[in-house]
Design a protein around this ligand. Structure first.
Ligand SMILES: [Zn+2]
Ligand SMILES: [Zn+2]
Length: 403
């Protein structure tokens, strides 16, 4: 067997693993044990084999710095998105306007309309109004239930392909029962990498032919999470053995979550312990801005790779989306923006799952883990804060009754 043939088979196996992993992720509302997942993998492997012939990772386009981006990229940014949704400005309940069915598909994709609903019409109905209201709440926009300018501006921003809501529930703003400063969220069931897994490996799909410069971007992104957790990340050359597999794909790529060309959705990633990380190969990616932690340029269609990588790694470790705009786990990022520093909200969220870095001095070293699993210092502090508040309330009542 030639070396080329061997490589191809290994890559196909890994691709199948990605596909299976993502399907498992999308259906992981029901908790599935690692053993049964392996058994299901064997059962599904045959069915998925045909996908091996159509799933083709590609080579994405990379820019090494912002000055190398052609001026045309700035002009074209977000134009297609505005062409789709911009004309819907001002629509309200009772109207029928071309394009509203597309908008309903958008909201269904990100969890604001049930996946059971199909055959969308162009009517502005109660379902759409409810979806818009929930969306506005999640993105800190004044809740009007109408397609006002600020809502549309948010909708057309490039964003993560992971949904904000699952099964009609959201742990972003819309799901918070009480006022709280914490906005981080988790996947249903709060999945995380098990205690025995503190050293995680990641590998790149070889067919992308990524340069070392691109790979270093991902290494930096992993380091940002390692600094505030007990987790370590190392690069592996073996796709089969790696915990996390990273690949650039375009359009339909076998997991039922097709990419949509330039802008729109940029990437998606699975919850633990699946380890699937896909990026849209149709984006123009900016790769080399190592010393800049924050940048906001005039809108451009070039997307900062490290910003997206840090966000998706948050998903791979168990975080959902946050309503805090400064947080890495906020779902949207404008072309030309760079946001790579973990915010307090991100650190508090990840330390609920894993605790702090025992060797680090950064982040919020308030966490501890218990034998019971995921409880951390953040949970502990919150509980004591609640207890102190309750006791002081009782004392106040007693004082008022007695005196
Ligand atoms: Zn996301
Ligand atoms: Zn995918």
């Amino acid at each position: 067997m030639s070396r080329v043939t061997t490589t191809y088979r290994v890559e196909n196996y890994a691709t199948a693993l990605c596909v299976f992993n993502f399907i498992a992720h999308r259906r992981r509302f029901i908790s599935v044990s690692a053993f049964s997942m392996k058994m299901r993998f064997l059962q599904l492997l045959t069915i998925l084999s045909f996908l091996l012939l159509i799933v083709k990772p590609i080579s994405a386009k990379f820019y090494t710095n912002i000055s190398s981006v052609p001026p045309l990229q700035f002009l074209n940014a977000s134009r297609s998105a505005w062409e789709t949704f911009g004309k819907l400005a001002g629509c309200h309940v009772g109207e029928k306007v071309d394009g509203l069915s597309k908008l309903k598909h958008y909201f269904r994709r990100f969890g604001y309309i049930s996946t059971a609903v199909d055959n969308f019409t162009d009517d502005f109905d109660d379902v759409l109004q409810s979806a818009i209201s929930t969306y506005q709440k999640n993105f800190n926009i004044k809740v009007t239930g109408k397609l006002d300018a600020s809502t549309l501006r948010q909708i057309v921003k490039p964003r993560c392909g992971n949904p904000d809501m699952i099964d009609g529930t959201s742990e972003m703003n819309a799901g918070k029962k009480f006022r709280t400063t914490e906005r981080y969220s988790f996947f249903p069931g709060k999945p995380r990498w098990p205690n025995r897994k503190r050293d995680l490996s990641y590998a790149f799909v070889p067919q992308n032919n990524l340069t070392d410069e691109v790979k270093r971007v991902f290494a930096r992104a992993f380091t940002r999470w390692a600094e505030v957790t007990p987790l370590n990340f190392t690069r592996s050359e073996s796709l089969v053995d790696a915990d996390i597999v990273i690949g650039f794909f375009t359009g339909e790529h076998g997991d039922g979550e097709p990419f949509d060309g330039a802008m729109g959705t940029l990437a998606h990633a699975s919850s633990p312990p699946t380890g699937m990380f896909h990026l849209d190969g149709d984006e123009d990616w900016l790769i080399s801005e190592t010393k800049i932690s924050r940048r906001i340029l005039p809108v451009t269609s070039v997307v900062d790779l490290e910003s997206v990588a840090v966000h998706e790694i948050g998903h791979l470790l168990g975080l959902g989306h946050s309503s805090v705009e400064d947080a890495i786990m906020y779902p949207a990022i404008s072309g030309g923006d760079r946001k790579v520093e973990l915010a307090r909200d991100d650190i508090e969220g990840i330390q609920v799952l894993y605790g702090g870095n025992p060797n680090g001095d950064g982040g919020l070293q308030t966490s501890r883990q218990t034998s019971g699993g995921a409880e951390s210092g953040v949970d502990w502090i919150r509980r004591w804060r609640g207890l102190v508040f309750s006791l002081s309330s009782i004392a106040t009542c007693i004082f008022l009754i007695c005196f």
